[in-house]
Structures are given as structure tokens and as C-alpha cells.
Ligand binder design. Sequence first.
Ligand code: SF4
Length: 248
Amino acid sequence: MRLTLRIWRQKDATSPGSFVTYVKDNVVPDMSFLEMLDALNRELVERGEEPVAFESDCREGICGSCSLVINGIPHGPGRGKASCQLYMRHFRDGDTITVEPFRAKPFPVLRDLIVDRSAFDRIMQAGGFISVNTGGAPDANTIPVPKQNQELAMDAAACIGCGACVAACKNASAMLFVAAKVSHLGLLPQGQPERYRRVRNMVAQMDKEGFGACSNTFECEAACPKQISVRFIARLNRDYLRALLFEP
Ligand code: SF4
């Protein structure tokens, strides 16, 4: 396949960026999107040009680092998969593909397609943990957990912290991410001691980082590679209200 790639190039956080067009030949349909970018970079290096900077780590859809907006969609076309799980067979010979970084004020562009998502780390540091000593695995397994809670907690724990929910939201809201993290721990017995402090602190940090409010457009769920449900946002709101009303 021959593709025309419009790729966002930006030297650093303070320089202005712009789209640069590259024509890429010999794209094999079974290549992943990141392999196609690797192949483009090899050609750029051979020509003495600067390769395109993009983040990639596990390439198995579980690390959350492949933050690309492809043709206007965070993680590109195809539901429930990260950019690294997207294959070139989703595109046709002759297509023009636009590739941009995640766009949100709390995720400043560091270079080309790489953004700084350390705001998510600071939200996790504000409350995304438990402090109780749960002992070893056999001890943890002696604590009964209702099956419904187990399954819901596992669904929430699937969040890989990629930030696509933020990039998809017109308000750059991080509610789906925070809701997943708050629900994951809040549904389990080990997460109860800090349950209400956690939700207050994580929401406060989310606001401090400059993420916007949720206005229920559900674009976050549509873009999420792990298909985290917006029902967790309702759960977050309930816990937050309880924390404000009843917990000192
Ligand atoms: S909720 Fe989904 S889109 Fe948002 S950070 Fe987690 S995995 Fe990524």
C-alpha cells in the first residue's frame, strides 16, 4: 500500500508545531500502526532527517503509552483497542492518514507525538493506593469479596491510564480515568479505609491539574481502549457526594 501521512511535528514544548506530509510506500496490511511508523523512521534516518518521536512500550495494549490521535480519533478507528493494536489493514491503498498527539492542556506536547501525562501520576499519588497491609497472597484470598464487586473491580482495574478519555473529551475531562481508579479500590474491602479521603483527594488533584468537568457526552467511553464504562463516573459522583456530606 502507498499512504500519505500527515504527521504533527513539534521540536519541543515551547516551539510551534505543524503538520508535515510524508509518502510511505510498501506498507503491508499486517503491519501494526507503530511498525509502520518504525518503517517510516528508518527511511527518515537513512535520508538524514529527524525521525518522528512517538511513545511505544509494551505493544500489547496494556501499558497505555501509545498515545496517538489517528484521523481525529484517540487510538484511531476500531473500538476497544490501543494504537499499538491497530493494524494497517484498517486503511486502504492511497489513503491519507493524519496523526497527532493527544490534545489537552494538562498533557503538554514534549516532542512530535509525545505528550507529558505525568498529571495522571500526580492524581494517582493523591489517592490511588491502599495503605493497609494485606499480607501475602494467601491472606488476601481469605477475605471474602462478593462476586459482583470482584467483577466490577476487575472491569475498573482494566484502565491502563492512557489518557484517550481526556483527548476525546471536548472539556479534557479526566473523569473516566479517575472514576476507574476510585472504583477499582473502592469496590474491594482493602480499599475501604481511605475510600472517601481517596475520592476527595483524587478529584481535588484532577481539578488542580486543569482537567475540565464531565458534561456526559460519553466520548470518553467510545475512545477507551479498555471500554471502561461511564457507569463508573456515576459511582465516582456518588462516593464524592457521600464524602462531602458524611465524611469529615
Ligand atoms: S479510562 Fe480508558 S481511555 Fe481513560 S485512561 Fe483509562 S484506559 Fe485510557
